[in-house]
Every structure is written in structure tokens, then in C-alpha cells.
Design a protein around this ligand. Sequence first.
Ligand code: SP5
Ligand code: ZN
Length: 342
Amino acid sequence: MKIVYTEEHRKRSARTELYGGQLVPPFECPERIDFILAEAEKRGFGAIVPPRAHGMAPVLAVHDAGYAAFLENAWANWSALGHQGEAIVTVWPARTMRPDRIPAHFEAQLGYYCLASETSISDGTWEAALASKDVALTSADLVIGGARTAFGLCRPPGHHAATDQYGGYCFFNNAAIAAQHARDKGIERVAILDVDFHHGNGTQEIFYDRDDVLFISLHGDPDQAFPHFLGFADETGSGAGEGFNLNLPMPPGTGFDVWRAALGKAMERIARFDPGLVIVSLGVDTFEKDPISFFKLTSNDFSTMGADIAALGLPTLFLMEGGYAVEEVGINTINVLEGFCV
Ligand code: SP5
Ligand code: ZN
């Protein structure tokens, strides 16, 4: 399996995440990727290939142009305000205010374009986000071109990023960008299977009213877990998209037996949809030792997950999302990919 990767991800090296009322070193850190690459190398798994630049058109096919311009200029605009720390939201267009007015002041624009304040914008964030979407697009090209599978080692991750909002460590929605790219290259139906611990709210929002991109997410019950405001089972799509969004939330303590049964449901739905491409939003934060999550998957379970997904027999693109138990992120990620290939 080819692994698309670039060092550019290191430019996303924020110093701060707002967690428990403190500014801590971000869980979503560059070392995550080092562990994945080290594990791949140790096992002789995969061939590393660099991404190819795809420009902004595939991004603007799913994201708002004003949002992209905001991100491009965010660090310069924040720096111009003379602050010491990284850019963190302090005010939102909350329910009691005017939600749709784009504010003039940059501090307020942060609130307009952000959905969660744990994610700081730092110098280099824009450059890394651009590289990450090029990793996704280049790995998508491999599978669109006939490869059975490929792995886009995306960082920063993408599935929380909505049409015009960042948060949850995500800026561009890599999976959504790749899915739309595949559609534009002539693949009629694309399924996105999101196995990250957190609900893929951004991906859901982007495709919610469409029947050509099926979105399925297995995740921690939003009543108990981030992103809290989306990801419930009664969200099934709207308009033409009715029936093309499937949420499978699960409670704290969920182990692999229950999780795997949900994956079985997801796979039945995907088989019925008969897509030309499956994109797996691959987060390994379902791991029992993940520091911010509450499922109980073991490292061996990730191998079974990969084998189960392979049983669909469909062209499959894996894109990296979350996973924060840093030491085991490599083992668990490569277990999925190797499990798929066996
Ligand atoms: C891509 C991805 O996995 N993003 C996750 C973003 C989660 N951010 C908010 C985390 C809040 C965690 N609260 C956990 C309490 C654990 N005791
Ligand atoms: Zn996650």
C-alpha cells in the first residue's frame, strides 16, 4: 500500500490547546505522525510517496471562499493585533445574537469561523492544512486511478471542519475534499466511513442534503462526547440526502464486540449503496488508552477492523484523522492497514 506523506505537516505545531481551563500542549501533535511512520518502517509496510500540489479548486468545491481567505490570513491578522499567545476564540455569534453577520473585527471573525475553542491557530497552520489536503487528493488519485487502496497520512486531520468552520483540530475537511474530487473525476457514488472516536460533524454537514455521497459515522454518543451538538442517530439526511447519512453513536465503555456490530451495520449500508470508492476517515482514538476518548478497543482489534473493511471488496482510501495515545497510534494505525491488506 502506498502511503502519501510530507514533512510539511510539522508546520502545524501549535503550542496551546484549551483543555480543562488550562492551555496545554496540543493532543494533536507532530509526534503522532512520527510514531506512524516509525511503525510502518519497522514492519516494512508501505511505500512512502510525496503529495502533488492540487491548488485551491478542490478545496473551494466543498469549502466557502470567505472561510478559506480567513484561514489564509488568520495568522497575519492575529499577529497584527499584537497578542502574545496563539489565536483562540473568545466570542461567538451565540444563539441570542446575530449568527449570520460576518463581523468586521478579526477577533470576532475567529468566532464566526470556529466551532470549538480547543483549537488554536498558530503560525504555519495554513501551510500545513494545504499540505494535508494535497496528501488526501494525491492518495485519492491513486485509488481513482485503479489502486485497490492507499493511505493519505493527513495532518492536521479534517472531519470536524465544516463548509465554513474549523475546530476539533481540523481546518480543511480532507475526506470531503477527496470525496468531491472523486465525484468530479467521474466516480458516481462515494461512501465515507468515519471510524474516528468523534462524530465527523463537518463531513456530515457538507454532504447532508446529497444522495451521491453516503456518510456513516461510528462514534462516542454526542451527549457524552465532542462535538456534542451533532452526531445523533436521528440525523438521517435532508431533501435528496434523506437516508444517506447514518450515525451510530455508542456509550462510554463500548468494547470491540459492540463496536464491530455497528461496523457490520455500516458495511451492509455501504454494500447496498454500491459506491465506486470508499473513503475511511481513520481515527484510532477508539483505543482503550486514548487520553480524550472512552471506547475500549485493543491494538489487536484494529487488525480485525482492517480485515472487516477489506471484506467489502471495494476500492478503499484511508485518510488519517485522530488518535492521541501517542506511543500506540503507530501500532494501531498500521494494524488497520495491514489487517486490510492480509
Ligand atoms: C480529529 C479529532 O479527533 N478531533 C478531536 C477533537 C476533540 N477536542 C475536544 C476534546 C475535549 C475532550 N474532553 C475530554 C475529557 C476527557 N476526560
Ligand atoms: Zn477523534
